[in-house]
Design a binder for this molecule. Structure first.
Ligand SMILES: [Zn+2]
Length: 291
């Protein structure tokens, strides 16, 4: 979905869940702005980016969201909300690759898009081929598939930037105004103060990073840019990133929970043992192991 939609919903949810605390709501909003930094802003050509299929994968997965949550729970909530919204978007928008990079350990699939069954492959297989024909006809060039891929993303029914996307944005905005109606002017003052004074470095960093990134993605990568321009863009983006990291570092605030190393190890061991038993079970029952 659009970046403004992600931020508006995160602000509304933050205000609602955390007793109208503007600082916390803004942190949830900042968290919701992070995942889309995985677009092709990294000075590669679109083809290379399409080859690795990193957008809606690199920062749109549960592992990234959990890592951010461990760092700061409010930022983490924003990342989770962002991922949840993007999961509702279509194959053209490329949904979300929720288990990146783990899902890529298995590269083959059993059923192709025309319903032909692959009976030769051994080992683990994904069930379906990604709906590549519709994706390559309709998606952004940087999101198209160069090679055949299994269907490992989660897609939904809604198109980016259309009715539901804008409805979520406007509804969240209206909700915030109504929720703060008794003190609307002072709420806006403290909101703008929080965004443009308190978290100025991280916000400006994110804004510069997005603007230069989009400028590169939409325009510059198609022109023969000189080394001078290229270097100055790299410097601007490194500067923006250091602003984000400088203030982001001060937001370290881990949650107090009873989940420690022992519990995490138990979860991992249980998952591995469960996987081995399920593998044998499915193998004996169906011969081919489809995820
Ligand atoms: Zn996104």
């Amino acid at each position: 979905m659009n970046l403004n939609t992600h931020i508006a919903l995160a602000l509304a949810v933050g205000l609602l869940l955390f007793h109208n605390d503007v600082t916390i709501a803004v942190l949830v909003g900042i968290g919701a702005a992070i995942p889309d930094l995985d677009r092709e802003y990294v000075f590669t050509k679109r083809k290379i980016f399409a080859k690795y299929q990193l957008h809606r994968a690199l920062f749109h997965n549960v592992f990234f969201a959990l890592a951010i949550t461990l760092f700061n729970q409010y930022l983490g909530l924003g990342v989770f909300l962002h991922i949840a919204l993007d999961m509702l978007t279509s194959p053209t928008d490329r949904g979300v690759e929720l288990f990146f990079p783990l899902g890529r350990l298995v590269g083959k699939f059993m059923l192709d898009y025309d319903g032909n069954v692959n009976r030769k492959s051994k080992g683990m297989l994904w069930y379906l081929e990604d709906p590549v024909r519709i994706i390559n006809k309709t998606a952004d060039p940087g999101l198209k598939e160069v090679n055949k891929m299994p269907w490992i993303r989660i897609y939904g029914p809604f198109k980016n930037s259309r009715l539901v996307d804008w409805m979520i944005f406007y509804s969240s905005f209206v909700f915030i105004q109504l929720y703060e109606l008794n003190n609307l002017i002072s709420w806006w003052e403290s909101f703008l103060y929080t965004v443009f004074v308190k978290y100025i470095f991280i916000d400006i960093g994110i804004i510069i990073f997005y603007f230069t990134g989009e400028f590169w993605r939409r325009r510059l990568q198609f022109r023969g840019v000189t080394t001078k321009i290229r270097n100055s863009i790299i410097i601007i983006m490194v500067f923006a990133l250091s602003l984000i990291l400088y203030q982001g570092y001060h937001l370290y605030n881990p949650i107090n929970t009873s989940i420690g190393i022992r519990e995490v190890s138990l979860i991992i061991v249980s998952l591995i043992i469960g996987l081995i038993i399920a593998y044998v079970h499915v193998r004996l029952r169906f011969k081919q192991v489809v995820l």
